[in-house]
Design a protein around this ligand. Structure first.
Ligand SMILES: Cc1cc2nc3c(=O)[nH]c(=O)nc-3n(C[C@H](O)[C@H](O)[C@H](O)COP(=O)(O)OP(=O)(O)OC[C@H]3O[C@@H](n4cnc5c(N)ncnc54)[C@H](O)[C@@H]3O)c2cc1C
Length: 464
């Protein structure tokens, strides 16, 4: 079978390119490693038991991608969520508006946070006084349950116009004379196509990296973000989250001058685990209609390694694997215990006033896991946050580790997001240029539109 366009991965990036391409009669196939969205089930979440380390993690793989189980905070600002503006220039504002409109069309709520400029400015000023920088951003919160529904609606729209093949694990990108001609599945099946759009997400980043090396493509590593997920009573952060929902706060640590950032705030949410490449890490989400008493967010320290080391993903995985070794999964510790240099125990956790929403985390000691470079910077940022939102520094505040964001290797691409191989594109988180739903979707829309309009890959402008 020969298609005009092959899309690898049915996350937001792949889906948005399919939506765009299906507007014009082209033969298109989406090849997705995981299951259909209706069949995706995470036993740990649904039955509230520990991570089962499924061979293919249902949280990350399957129709909808990592986005299907995300709580769908649509960050409607070009300054947050990736490097796409660097590649597409001023086009980004238009793309973000379009992505938002498409989400609304398929069922997103009308509610947007961060629109009250006076309140946001007040927060920004208060943050500056305690050495924190707040990047303002408008956020539309879908909630985990509507995120799934919206992604299912999108599937219904393109079903019939696009061939959708789930449980198809792409193993190889096939090229001929520096031009892509198709892909081969793990089952040996060859699918031919004129264009290949690779959108494998973070879960497929290792695979893409392997293929890039095999094909001799130029790559650049991105920073790795290492840190913890904080959980505390929702009221502590309420003054902030009611204004901006997802406060993008950054701090530069005094000793190391490292950038620490607050990421993925989930007011009234739940802490969850995520399983990828044999490693359990921590994450968070929040439902629109199912509230807990707690809020969680990540505090991450970014590191860009320099010569000769060039494997940030391996480094991040190594740290997360330490937590898995000592805690059989994720470790949880009370801030008071961490500051007093002792591990948390089940008994101490029982006495805590913050009840953990992640039940299968092991009480332990994060100072055995996080290198010295990270821990003081995180504690300093907690001090600064406490001055903005009193209560953050409570001894009962919980820290879960490790949270590691393995941003993918960046492939050399031109301003059309095309690689050094003709007609081979990389989009979304897997290509290392986006870090969130909106920019991932925008990259899909952008490439889909170019192929749809028959733009030939001339004017090769390198951006790496
Ligand atoms: C728990 C959680 C909460 C999140 N919350 C938010 C949020 O609130 N807001 C936000 O902006 N972002 C959030 N994110 C991040 C967001 O989900 C991702 O940025 C986004 O999904 C990236 O889209 P993508 O299409 O690039 O990749 P993905 O969504 O990861 O999709 C990639 C797809 O490719 C498939 N694939 C991988 N390799 C192969 C292969 N070899 N062959 C075939 N298929 C393959 C995978 O199965 C997957 O379905 C969250 C992520 C998680 C895990």
């Amino acid at each position: 079978m020969r298609y005009d366009v092959i899309i690898v991965g049915a996350g937001p990036a792949g889906i948005f390119s399919a939506l765009e391409l299906s507007k014009r009669k082209k033969s298109i196939v989406i090849l997705e490693k995981g299951k259909d969205i209706t069949k995706r089930r995470c036993p740990a979440r649904e039955e509230k038991k520990e991570c089962q380390r499924c061979k293919v993690c249902e949280i990350i793989y399957g129709w909808g991608g990592a986005g299907a189980f995300s709580d769908g905070k649509l960050i409607l600002s070009p300054d947050i969520g990736g490097l796409l503006p660097h590649f597409v220039g001023t086009e980004i504002d238009k793309l973000i508006k379009e992505v938002d409109k498409i989400f609304l069309h398929y069922g997103a709520t009308n509610e947007v946070y961060g629109e009250n400029e006076d309140e946001v400015e007040k927060l920004q000023r208060a943050a500056l006084k305690v050495n924190l920088t707040l990047t303002p951003g408008r956020v539309r919160h879908l909630g985990t349950e509507s995120c799934r529904e919206i992604l299912s609606n999108m599937k219904r729209e393109i079903n019939g116009k696009v061939d959708i093949r789930t449980k198809f694990d792409v193993d190889e990108i096939i090229t001929e004379d520096k031009k892509v001609i198709g892909v081969r599945g793990k089952n040996g099946e060859k699918v031919r196509g004129k264009y290949v759009i690779c959108a494998p997400g973070r879960g497929g980043a290792d695979w893409l990296q392997k293929e890039a090396t095999r094909l001799g493509l130029t790559t650049k590593s991105n920073p790795v973000d290492v840190g913890v997920r904080i959980e505390l009573p929702a009221v502590v952060m309420e003054k902030i989250t009611s204004v901006v929902y997802e406060p993008k706060l950054t701090y530069y640590s005094k000793y190391f001058d490292d950038r620490v950032r607050l990421f993925c705030m989930n007011p009234y949410g739940e802490v969850v685990t995520e399983y990828s490449n044999g490693i359990v890490t921590v994450n968070g989400h929040s439902y629109k209609d199912r509230k807990t008493n707690n809020t969680n967010f990540a505090l991450l320290v970014s590191t860009t390694f320099t010569e000769p080391f060039n494997e940030p993903i391996k480094y991040g995985e190594y740290i997360a694997s330490l937590a898995n070794m000592l805690g059989k999964g994720v470790i949880v510790q009370r801030l008071g215990d961490l500051r007093s240099g002792r591990r948390s125990t089940h008994e101490r956790m029982q006495r805590g006033i913050v009840k953990p929403t992640l039940k299968d985390a092991t009480p332990g000691d994060l100072s055995f896991i996080l290198p010295y470079r990270y821990l003081p910077s995180i504690l300093e940022m907690l001090d600064a946050l406490d001055r903005l939102a009193p209560g953050v520094n409570s001894p009962h505040t919980l820290l879960y580790g490790a949270e590691v964001k393995f941003y993918s290797l960046q492939l050399k691409i031109n301003s059309r997001l095309e690689t050094e191989i003709k007609n081979l594109y990389t989009i979304g988180d897997g290509g290392g240029i986006t870090r969130g739903l909106v920019q991932a979707a925008a990259s899909g829309l952008y490439v889909g539109r170019m192929i749809r309009n028959g733009v030939s890959p001339t004017n090769y402008k390198t951006t790496l």
